[in-house]
Design a protein around this ligand. Structure first.
Ligand SMILES: *[C@@H]1O[C@H](CO)[C@@H](O)[C@H](O)[C@H]1NC(C)=O
Ligand SMILES: *[C@@H]1O[C@H](CO)[C@@H](O)[C@H](O)[C@H]1NC(C)=O
Ligand SMILES: *[C@@H]1O[C@H](CO)[C@@H](O)[C@H](O)[C@H]1NC(C)=O
Ligand SMILES: *[C@@H]1O[C@H](CO)[C@@H](O)[C@H](O)[C@H]1NC(C)=O
Ligand SMILES: *[C@@H]1O[C@H](CO)[C@@H](O)[C@H](O)[C@H]1NC(C)=O
Length: 441
């Protein structure tokens, strides 16, 4: 094919993708009542009503993609945990069909408000969106058209906000910043506009308008950083939401269910088990907790204390993360859990699939897993422990060791293990709570 034909078919493909994305968003079956009471519906990025649904993959391919994406996210999180300002370029993973940030909410941005889908990410502070004339943004992006908003303003160089973003630079008279995300790098113009969250209005919300993207791990939707650093949504809405929120993430076995993101102290669960949040001054974004042990069934497995210890100097410890799909434990912790788990599955040998090394054919009688934190034990039901194939009868322990090719010190409690639980992030009281709740809004 001559190059012009290739270009044309690529454009056609892009157009078709955009058309089908729009069709799905406007499908009457996908209509949802408007969000209210500072609470947003949370849906899965691959759900039937999501414009970001990837092309149909087999279960095995999907798992391979998810676990390779998770591996690159882990490298990324580890690089954040150990470095202060410099961002270590993470190793690129293979195919990037599925993105790591898997849960999306709908917000309004600008005047009049444009509906935007944004992925939740508790391990990032910044927020960003694809804007017009973005070079390299994913083709299925929903674009925030800043030219159609009467309240949009670029943040000028020298503004104090410009010092809160990573790698700021001056482009003409306005402030831009550069970041790595997963295996991608991007440049975004620091911008200010009105943010609508459910019924709440924030007139001077600061976010990044994507200008240039390289690599493919920037989610096609925008990203909403829910970390607790200075530039995050929490810091910017402090007067109203008091750095308090909770979410309930729906299971991805039921992609058409939605959960909720509840912002602010009102309506948060009162009777909930909690553990203290730990602060790492070198990495103020992350929600660190003190994991003290892990039980498989009723037995606490032997994990060297150094594998769980919190150490701000190295970034070591345990975080809760909304953007990693499967829990990753540092090698000695994972091996201890896995070996005990395997010992409990009698008469069957484990096989590997994708990033999982403990899979079985046919139904198994599996033990529960309990994460033990200071002041709080969380016993996971089997739905949070096992991942089942949709077609066949393969079932896997839905956790893995941290990637081996990184000096990884971080344990990450991921979203598969949080599904159908309400997870409360209460920064003023320095606590994180967990309670079982079916997320079937
Ligand atoms: C930011 O990234 C752009 C390309 O994406 C590059 O040209 C520029 O030099 C970078 N700036 C900084 C301060 O790293
Ligand atoms: C939602 O998914 C369930 C299976 O997970 C299915 O039975 C149900 O019909 C679906 N509902 C809609 C509205 O698509
Ligand atoms: C974590 O818990 C262990 C065991 O109770 C304790 O020894 C350690 O001091 C705690 N670490 C922090 C940072 O609270
Ligand atoms: C499990 O593996 C061992 C050693 O490879 C073998 O002897 C045994 O027969 C296998 N058991 C099953 C149930 O496949
Ligand atoms: C967690 O479980 C252990 C036993 O495995 C128990 O000793 C401890 O008291 C429990 N902690 C809480 C807060 O219930």
């Amino acid at each position: 094919m001559p190059p012009s034909v290739v270009l044309l078919s690529l454009q056609l493909l892009t157009l078709l993708c955009l058309a089908s994305a729009r069709a799905r968003v406007t499908d009457p079956n996908c209509a949802a009542p408007p969000d209210k009471d500072s609470t947003l519906r949370v849906t899965h990025a691959y759900g039937p009503c999501s414009p970001f649904r990837p092309p149909k993959l087999s279960w095995e391919d999907a798992l391979l993609d998810i676990t390779s994406n998770d591996a690159s996210r882990l490298l990324y999180l580890s690089s954040l945990a150990v470095s202060t300002r410099k961002t270590v370029a993470p190793v690129a993973s293979g195919r990037q069909v599925l993105q790591s940030a898997n849960y999306v909410v709908r917000v309004g941005l600008g005047n009049p408000p444009q509906p935007m889908l944004m992925a939740l990410d508790t391990s990032n502070d910044a927020a960003w969106l694809p804007c017009p004339a973005c070079a390299g943004c994913p083709p299925s992006s929903t674009i925030f058209d800043s030219t159609k908003s009467s309240s949009f303003t670029p943040v000028p160089c020298g503004d104090a906000r410009c010092n809160q973003v990573p790698n700021p630079s001056c482009q003409g008279t306005s402030c831009s910043f550069n970041m790595t995300y997963g295996s991608s790098a991007f440049q975004a113009a620091l911008s200010r506009d009105t943010l609508h969250i459910a019924d709440d209005i924030f007139p001077a919300y600061i976010f990044g308008c994507l200008q240039k993207v390289t690599g493919s791990s920037v989610p096609p939707q925008g990203l909403l950083g829910l970390g607790r650093g200075p530039a995050s949504l929490l810091s910017q809405t402090q007067d109203r939401y008091r750095s308090t929120f909770s979410y309930c993430l729906p299971s991805f076995r039921s992609l058409n269910f939605s959960g909720s993101l509840r912002l602010g102290p009102a309506g948060q669960p009162i009777r909930i088990k909690t553990t203290p949040l730990l602060t790492n001054p070198r990495r103020p974004t992350f929600y660190y907790v003190n994991m003290t042990g892990i039980r498989v069934g009723r037995r606490e497995v032997a994990i060297p204390p150094s594998a769980l210890a919190f150490d701000p100097a190295t970034g070591a410890g345990t975080i809760f993360d909304s953007g990693t799909m499967f829990t990753r434990l540092v090698e000695p912790a994972y091996v201890a859990v896995r070996d005990e788990f395997r010992r409990r599955i009698r008469g069957k040998n484990a096989t590997s699939l994708g990033g999982f090394d403990t899979c079985y054919e046919g139904p198994i009688v599996a033990p529960t897993i309990t994460f033990m934190f200071t002041g709080m034990n969380v016993t996971l039901p089997l739905d949070n422990v096992l991942i089942h194939s949709t077609a066949g009868s393969t079932v896997c322990l839905a956790m893995a060791a941290a990637p081996a090719n990184v000096n990884s010190v971080l344990n990450v409690i991921a979203n598969m293990q949080q599904q159908n639980h309400r997870v409360l992030f209460d920064v003023p009281n320095a606590r994180l709570g967990v309670a079982r709740e079916p997320c079937t809004v």
